[in-house]
Write a protein of this length. Sequence first.
Length: 124
Amino acid sequence: MSAETMAKRKLIATIADEDTVTGLLLAGIGQISNEPGQKGTNFLTVVPGKTTIDEIDEAFDTFTRERNDIAILLINQHIADMIRYKVDGYSNAFPAILEIPSKDHPYDPEKDSILKKVRRLFGE
């Protein structure tokens, strides 16, 4: 990956529940863009009963494949479980995908795709 491509990757994106997205937006990660190839926001708020798995799937694809300005994708672990096949199958270096806990769903290291890959590398 070239230095120019790396320099473009400055944003943190998130797919998370309302409380997590609100906290991250208050911390300053929110971004809205109308530039070609980067239209939209860098976050998806998942509302139980309203947000479909297809919408989560589409946001994941947008943040990991279509946008070249995302360096890190933060996703609540319980939401990553909804699209686990995509999260586990993702192998690119950028954006890095980090699974995070939410207020109502504790972090389970046994489900984390990054930790699974590290364990495989060390033969555990």
